[in-house]
Design a protein around this ligand. Structure first.
Ligand SMILES: [Ca+2]
Length: 327
């Protein structure tokens, strides 16, 4: 069993000998029987330091049972106990109820997809075709997928790597996974604006979070498993408010399904251009892009990347514009 997370060092220790030290440490080190007391005092200072280093202030006393259950579930699902204990003890871990509340209020239709078809953006994307011509040509030979559609996706997802998201992915997924826990749900609901509460009633919020929490757990497990196997630190990863990462904004579970090591270094790094290009191509290949003859068939495939109709129309329009500048 993993010890409960977020307990204080004193709870961790649970021993009896620290009590007299706390009561009057200075008196103890200045007494005649000073050596033993001094050692005890040093031990107390060490334990206090350990508390500051090891105990995550966000996973405080009031919510630690929920976090502890999550960690135990991950362990039961095959993640290494020591790895989890180290990870969930780190101070970078925190809950993000405000971000989750914000994501509930976000509407796809309100996103400005038109910007990706404006001249400045199209020109930047044409420049990307030229800069990465060698990698794109190599990708075309391997997958038989034309570069414009791959680059159109990268452009609409992240402006070809310019904006890959500012949210710590592990924190987003942990908070989503725990969002229905009684200690955490009120924190999320408290961040929903009053004027949005007419649309987002507690019942609707709960329903949305039910879907999110199931998905977030699977994505968290995929992310931790993948990054552990690759020897990469998952707490360094930032991405979208929904947990999507890298240039192509894959959800972590899609790395295993569609990720492709484009530069042959043995790792799939979606923050790296060659790997991102080949991973998008791999997704399109898996969805039979080469056999898609009609506009309707192509729409359907892009829709499996992102369900927004605005998104699909923008990607296909941009791909058509880019085709005029390729090969
Ligand atoms: Ca690679």
């Amino acid at each position: 069993m993993i010890p409960p997370l977020g307990v204080t060092a004193l709870e961790h220790i649970g021993s009896i000998w620290y009590m007299p030290i706390i009561q009057n440490p200075v008196a103890l080190i200045t007494s005649d029987n000073s050596m033993k007391s001094f050692i005890q005092f040093l031990a107390f200072i060490c334990l206090l330091a350990m508390q500051l280093l090891l105990v995550n202030p966000i996973f405080g006393r009031d919510i630690h049972p929920a976090v502890s259950r999550l960690v135990e579930r991950l362990r039961m699902d095959g993640l290494d106990e020591g790895y989890l204990r180290d990870l969930f003890s780190r101070p970078e871990l925190k809950l993000m109820p405000r971000a989750i509340a914000k994501s509930l209020a976000r509407k796809q239709a309100s996103l400005n997809y038109a910007q990706f078809l404006e001249k400045y953006s199209v020109d930047r994307t044409i420049a990307y075709l030229k800069t990465h011509r060698k990698s794109l040509k190599k990708m075309e030979r391997h997958f038989g997928i034309s570069a414009p559609v791959v680059v159109a996706i990268l452009s609409v997802e992240t402006s070809c790597g310019r904006y890959m998201g500012k949210f710590e992915t592990v924190n987003i997924l942990v908070t989503q996974a725990l969002s229905l826990e009684p200690e955490i749900y009120p924190r999320i609901y408290a961040h929903i604006h009053t004027n949005e509460k007419s649309n987002l009633t507690p019942q609707r919020v709960r329903k949305r979070l039910e879907e999110k929490s199931v998905r977030a757990y699977a994505e968290l497990k995929a992310l931790l498993t993948y990054f552990k196997n690759q020897g990469m630190d998952p707490l360094l990863v930032k991405g979208s408010i929904e947990g999507a990462i890298g240039l192509p904004q894959f959800l972590p579970s899609n790395i295993k399904r569609y990720g492709f090591d484009g530069n042959g270094d043995g790792k799939i790094d979606l923050f790296q251009h060659e790997d991102a290009i080949t991973s998008v191509a791999s997704f399109l290949q898996a969805h039979k892009w080469r056999e898609a003859d009609t506009y309707g068939q192509k729409r359907k495939i892009i829709r499996s990347y992102n369900r927004s109709n605005y998104y699909v129309d923008t990607v296909l329009a941009l791909a058509a514009l880019l085709a005029n500048h390729w090969p």
